[in-house]
Design a protein around this ligand. Sequence first.
Ligand SMILES: N[C@@H](CCC(=O)N[C@@H](CSC=O)C(=O)NCC(=O)O)C(=O)O
Length: 292
Amino acid sequence: MSFTTKATITTFGGRLLKLSHPSKTTTTPMALNLYLPPAALVPTPTRVPLLIYLSGLTCSPENCTEKGFFQHRASQLGLALLWPDTSPRGLNLPGEKDAWDFGEAASFYIDATQEPFAGGYKMETYLTKELPEVLFGDEEFGEYLDKERVSITGHSMGGHGALTLYLKHRGLYKSVSAFAPIANPSQCPWGEKAFKGYLGEDREAWKAHDATELLGKCEKRDNVKMLVDVGTGDNFYKQGQLLPENLEKAAQEAGVEGFTLRYQEGYDHSYYFMASFADEHVEHAAKHLGLL
Ligand SMILES: N[C@@H](CCC(=O)N[C@@H](CSC=O)C(=O)NCC(=O)O)C(=O)O
């Protein structure tokens, strides 16, 4: 058994598990939460599809588990949910805890190439290789999950993570959605700071981790199955940290099909926004996972 179970909570007829496991990739323990819907549990373990949610800056797996309200619709549709952590914790690297938008809880879901982060800040490899191997291969939880039917979503920094992992690892996820994503990190203050620290000064190297650049390289025939929501009252959007208009322009220029960007009037950057549209993002994933 790969995981230590810290808590088991019954909710919406399913089971919420607060888990931890030792990661070879990050060299640290990694926390994560897993929700198994009723359809996975009765009468015997049954494999259900999985939606992964990547959280934003400063978050642990708890923020969205407690305030996102994804479990309600996921329970009804028979969709498992997974909330990984936002970075390794406990490495005690110099500069790792100096700011809330860089270092711990701010990994940007990439593999760092710059010291001192290159050793453990390998969140892309962790999320796309190690975690699926460990979770789907686990003797306790593997039998509840269909490893062939996985989608991804996320918020803010996690929206950037969801969009880029989907575009970089085509075929790994059936669909993607994002709430207020950092859509063009090479061009905004948060992204510039993170990419300089994790990837170095070469801006060309940043493009491989930027959703707008990646979407711009797609071809007309690519059907990207991508839903993005941004609130018009979001202060980070107003400050130019998110740049969804650049993502939309890239989609239009590439002529890709399946891209939907919606501006939601009056909504801010908080979990009140995510909770309001959680059902629709769960349904977007469910549609592409064969549940609707
Ligand atoms: N410094 C503030 C703001 C941090 C913040 O707003 N974080 C967002 C994600 S921002 C982009 O990735 C968040 O989800 N916060 C957690 C929450 O529960 O709202 C701070 O430290 O609060």
